[in-house]
Design a protein around this ligand. Structure first.
Ligand code: AKG
Ligand code: FE2
Length: 356
């Protein structure tokens, strides 16, 4: 880098920020995004990462998207029909066919070893840095040095007030942070999706491009909450438009679930593609499905708390009924990444789509 930098200087034509602006001004958002993504991979630079995530948000409004494919849901080969519960594959066997048969045929697909151990450790550290950067800025005020790890961009609509003293006790080193609020984490994640071929796989799944969103792209650190019960929910219940088409990629960054020391997730398999009633008798909130109803559903549908090693993942869609699985003797925090992808043509604008 030394020589190039000396020759061109950081503000010269070689400056990726400047070149990305030129491409965006010319309407080539895809090229601008690709250029910034590559630049972020060469150089862990908060300004580049911030511009990349902002560019991804801006680009959704600027790009043209097709109408939803009329052939939906897509056919699949039912390759997992003999499996009871959630099918499992190794990362090397992941492709659009497995995704379709897993999600549409069985309500979800477990993929072992999707993220390699070194990247898992790096991601866990990034999530931790995002959480503490938020906490420290809530307490101490906005801090440019922390912004690469936590910054609420003006491009991001709404969300909780981040910088009021009154909020300081709401933030600690656990909880959840929107991916877009942590630019360096967001850039690393979009690089990972690209490295495993996810954009292409999701394009095959939806028969159109997939996008992320501001509100449903979440970095998590769940504390043990022994003997507590989280709310059963279907994300389709919050997402508004019933015609949405989704794939959620949930990646464990900590060993968790049955037999482990950190909380996993509990999921209902083989869903029927329906949204269940919420807020009925015994439900804790108007958005949760009551335990009584879940018990009834469980008579005909498998309910599982899978064991995940760090780096394992599960894919499911907005019809999946699930909750955080608190146990009785957990002692460790559980880190995870939750990435909801939408078929671009059905992406809910309220969630603020983010170009992948
Ligand atoms: O991480 C969790 O415990 C909950 C995840 C979840 O609700 C989701 O991915 O939709
Ligand atoms: Fe959920």
């Amino acid at each position: 880098m030394g020589l190039l930098k000396r020759v061109f200087g950081s503000a010269g034509r070689s400056d990726p920020l400047q070149r990305a602006e030129e491409l965006a001004t010319a309407g080539d958002y895809r090229a601008a995004i690709a250029l910034l993504q590559d630049a972020c991979e060469r150089d862990s630079d908060g300004r580049l990462a911030q511009r990349l995530v902002d560019m991804r948000i801006e680009a959704f409004e600027k790009l043209a998207w097709p109408a939803p494919d009329v052939m939906w849901p897509p056919a699949h080969d039912d390759r997992f029909s003999a499996v009871s519960g959630f099918p499992e594959i190794d990362a090397g066997a992941l492709d659009a066919g497995a995704l379709k048969a897993g999600i549409l045929g069985k309500g979800g697909l477990i993929v072992r070893g999707l993220m390699q151990p070194a990247l898992v450790a790096d991601m866990r550290e990034r999530v931790h840095r995002a959480l503490i950067a938020r906490r420290d800025q809530v307490i101490g005020g906005p801090d440019e040095a922390l912004a690469p790890w936590f910054n609420r961009s003006p491009r991001v609509r709404g969300g909780p007030v981040q910088f009021g003293k009154d909020d300081s006790n709401r933030y600690s080193d656990s909880g959840s942070v929107w991916g877009v609020d942590s630019p360096l984490t967001a850039a690393a994640l979009t690089g990972f999706y690209r490295d495993i071929g996810l954009p292409g796989m999701l394009h095959d799944y939806f028969n159109e491009a997939a996008v992320l969103s501001v509100r449903k792209w979440v970095l998590r650190c769940v504390e043990p909450n022994n003997n507590e019960k989280a709310g059963w929910h279907q994300d389709g219940r919050f997402l508004g438009d019933p015609a949405i088409r989704t794939v959620n990629l949930w990646i464990a960054l900590t060993d968790c679930g049955t037999g482990m020391k950190a909380p996993g997730i509990e999921l209902v398999g083989e869903n029927d593609g329906e949204i269940y009633a919420t807020g009925t008798t015994g439900a804790d909130f108007d958005w949760t499905v009551s335990q009584t109803l879940v018990d009834e559903i469980a008579r005909t549908h498998p309910v599982e708390t899978p064991t995940f090693a760090a780096g394992d993942a599960i894919f499911f869609d907005h019809f999946n009924l699930h909750r955080t699985a608190f146990g009785t003797d957990h002692s460790e925090n559980r880190y995870a990444l939750e990435s909801w992808f939408f078929a671009a043509s059905t992406a809910p604008h309220k969630q603020q789509p983010v170009v992948l």
